[in-house]
Design a protein around this ligand. Structure first.
Ligand SMILES: [Zn+2]
Length: 319
C-alpha cells in the first residue's frame, strides 16, 4: 500500500510532492569534485531513484513536508511555484504543476494552513508562498503565518543580490515570493532559534545560505530533522563532504551537514530533506569515519522512470 503519511509521536507527517524528475545536471555539475567511482561504488543505493547510471544525470524532487501538530497544519518549504520566471534556473521557470491538487489529496486546502516554514529563501523553497491572481502575486495560504529566517530576508534582498554567490539564480524570487507575503503582514522572522510548539523547533544550520535552518521534531521519544537543503542527494549520506553547486559558504555547509548527520545517527532521527526523490527520507548510522544508510523511510518511491503526471511539471509559457 503506497504511503504518503507517517506518524512520529504526536505529529503526523505527510509528503506532498511538487516535482520529481531527472534534473539537467550530471553528477560533476550538481556535486562538483565528485568522482565517477564514488557514484559507481554506491550505485545500488543511487540508481535508479537518485541517479541514472546510463546518462549520469541526477534526479531531483521538490516536496513539502506537511505536519499536523497540536491541531495546527504546518507546511515546511513551498517548492518552486507555478508561473514564475527564473532566467537562470530554467528547471524552475514557468512551472505548471498540480501542487495544490496534491496538497488537496493530502486533505489540505490553502486556507487550512496555519504555518508556513521556509527553511531558507531560495527560489525552490518559497515558490508556493504566492500564486498569481490576475497580474498580482498573492499569498497562497491566506490564513498562515510565514516563518522566515531574518538572516536570509536580509541576505536575499534584491539590493544585495549582486553580492551573493548564487546571484541572479535567485532573481525575481524576493519580489514575487517574499515581498508579497511581507506586504500582506503574514511574515514572522526569527533568529537564533524558534519554538513552533511542544514538538517542533527551528534551529539555524548556515552554509547553504546564511539563514538556512532545520526543523527538529521531538515527540514521545521519536525524533526527526526536516533538513531543507543541508543535503541535495543520497550520495551525500556516504560522501558527506560533497557539496552541491549551490552552497553560499562551502565550509559552513559541510559543517552544518556533519553536525546534522551526527545528531541523526546518534539519536536515531529520521532525516527529511527537501529534494530527495525515491523514498524521500532516511535513517543513518555511523560507518567508519562517515555514515551509512540504516533504512529508507516508508514513503512510497517516486517513480524512477516516467513519473506520474501529477508529479511531473507541465511547462507553460515560453521560458
Ligand atoms: Zn533547494
Amino acid at each position: 500500500m503506497p504511503t504518503t503519511t507517517l506518524k512520529l509521536g504526536d505529529v503526523e507527517i505527510t509528503r506532498v510532492i511538487e516535482f520529481s524528475d531527472v534534473s539537467p545536471m550530471t553528477t560533476d555539475v550538481f556535486f562538483p569534485g565528485s568522482e565517477p567511482e564514488q557514484w559507481q561504488r554506491h550505485a545500488a543505493l543511487l540508481d535508479p531513484d537518485h541517479w541514472d547510471a546510463r546518462t549520469d544525470l541526477t534526479r531531483v524532487a521538490t516536496q513539502s513536508w506537511v505536519l499536523r501538530s497540536e491541531g495546527g497544519v504546518i507546511v515546511i518549504d513551498t517548492g518552486a511555484g507555478n508561473g514564475k520566471y527564473r532566467p537562470l534556473q530554467p528547471i524552475w521557470s514557468y512551472l505548471d504543476t498540480d501542487y495544490l491538487g496534491n496538497l488537496a489529496a493530502a486533505g489540505v486546502r490553502p486556507e487550512d494552513v496555519d504555518l508556513v516554514v521556509n527553511t531558507h529563501l531560495h527560489d525552490d523553497h518559497v515558490g508556493w508562498n504566492t500564486r498569481l491572481d490576475g497580474r498580482d502575486w498573492v499569498p497562497t495560504f491566506p490564513n498562515a503565518t510565514y516563518l522566515m529566517p531574518q538572516t536570509d530576508v536580509t541576505y536575499w534582498h534584491p539590493d544585495n543580490l549582486h553580492r551573493t554567490r548564487f546571484g541572479r539564480g535567485n532573481q525575481n524570487v524576493y519580489e514575487d515570493s517574499v515581498q508579497p507575503v511581507i506586504d500582506a503582514g503574514l511574515v514572522t522572522t526569527w533568529e537564533d532559534s524558534y519554538v513552533i510548539d511542544a514538538h517542533l523547533r527551528l534551529e539555524p544550520a548556515p552554509g547553504h545560505t546564511p539563514g538556512s535552518s532545520v526543523v527538529h521534531l521531538e515527540s514521545e521519544g521519536d525524533r526527526a530533522v526536516f533538513a531543507g537543503d543541508l543535503l541535495h542527494g543520497a550520495i551525500q549520506i556516504h560522501e558527506p563532504h560533497l557539496n552541491s553547486c549551490f552552497e553560499e559558504d562551502e565550509d559552513a555547509a559541510r559543517a552544518s551537514r556533519a553536525r546534522m548527520f551526527a545528531y541523526a545517527a546518534d539519536h536515531n532521527a529520521l532525516v527529511l530533506p527537501a529534494h530527495l526523490p525515491g523514498h524521500g527520507a532516511f535513517e543513518i548510522r555511523r560507518e567508519g569515519a562517515g555514515f551509512g544508510l540504516s533504512r529508507w523511510a516508508p514513503f512510497s518511491r517516486t517513480a524512477a522512470a516516467g513519473a506520474p503526471a501529477a508529479v511531473r511539471a507541465r511547462r507553460g509559457g515560453t521560458a
